[in-house]
Design a protein around this ligand. Sequence first.
Ligand code: UDX
Length: 431
Amino acid sequence: MKISVVGSGYVGLVSGACFASLGNQVTCVDIDEKKIALLKKGVLPIYEPGLEEIVKDNIKNGNLSFTTDLASAVKKTDVIFIAVGTPPRPNGEADLSYVEDVAQTIAKQINGYKVVVEKSTVPVQTGEWIEKTLRRYAKKGAQFDVASNPEFLREGSAVQDFMNPDRVVLGVSSKKAKEVLNDLYKPLKCPMVFTDIKSAEIIKHASNSFLAMKISFINAISRICELAGADVEQVANGMGLDRRIGKNFLNAGIGFGGFCFPKDLSAFIRISEKLGYDFQLLKAVENINEEQKRMFIRKIEEALWNINGKTIGILGLAFKPNTDDMRFAPSLDIIAALQEMGAKIKAYDPHSMEKAKEMIKGITYCEDSYSVCKKSDCLVILTEWNEFKDLDLEKVKKLLNQPAIVDGRNIYDPVKMKELNFRYFSIGRPY
Ligand code: UDX
């Protein structure tokens, strides 16, 4: 099929590259000329395991191309995915102006039957707005259908998730659009859920909010465990074996971050409000997430007594491992609070430091984990990268001013840490 994907961010770029690797002719479009120039050479703006290879291979075999010219991409393709950003406004609502701009441009270029698919995460009823916009700006009699195809890929495993989804959700309003999208996704051999457009839009927000709720739930349980002297990992294991609950997303930590959960959650709360429903449950999910970061800072205080003037070594800045994404990373709030309290910060992250340097000023960026430890008063783990799990802890102990570790991701075994004579603080564990 001839496809264009508008917006070359995480979702657009991964989808475009993967559609190309399935044998389609894909044009990825973005307004950022620098980004497109680099992509044409196979240089990626993001770190995502496996993606560079697919992009390079498919540029080479002619299935994948990049352009800033949306109009000509629309003319020569039959299926157009809108995967532009929907950033949060100050009140939490999603800003849909990029979606509208793209819809207007697409409308003016419709030269035959097109399926226009919203892939960006958008509030329910956006499909209706896209349809109205296309109708308004397209020539009379233009042939098109709007569809909704929310994307569920996770950063860090995006290619794997795209190619092996639990399900593909397709919100359609015509048989023709259903057939086109069915053919496109058939090679993935996964369950396809066809719904109306509004239900597909809600499936995305409801799924992300549900997962965020699971994380806040286990974080709240971790507080109870700390107060009662129980172990949240044992509790999560015991709960997760019940198939109705499931083991995934029951890892207590420093709260969820990233560009999806925090923004989608507040957008969903705002949409619900607009529709006339006060989604108190999701407000509690947000509050618990904020509280989790404050509790973590209190743990660092517990380890150091006074934070003012102390040097704190931080391992991990990205919001989760295997990504260089720093957007809405819990590290941003935690480091800002520690700086405010007078701490000196040394930090290292295997992949996100370039992006971190633009967002976090006034800290020392180190070359590796051991340089972070050197003469720090305490070591703080914020992201569970594998290389932190494999550190030589005897060496870490020698390098630190005092053997104190505050672990926001529960990556070490508390019993072993005790044997090694660390003062070890983790989340929801009584040791
Ligand atoms: C999420 C959704 O999983 C994905 O379906 C959607 O398309 C985009 O948003 P992503 O933001 O890439 O994906 O990361 P995810 O792996 O879901 O983690 C989000 C945050 O939750 C991270 O900060 C992570 O550390 C945290 N998390 C996750 C926990 O604290 N505990 C868990 O058990 C799982």
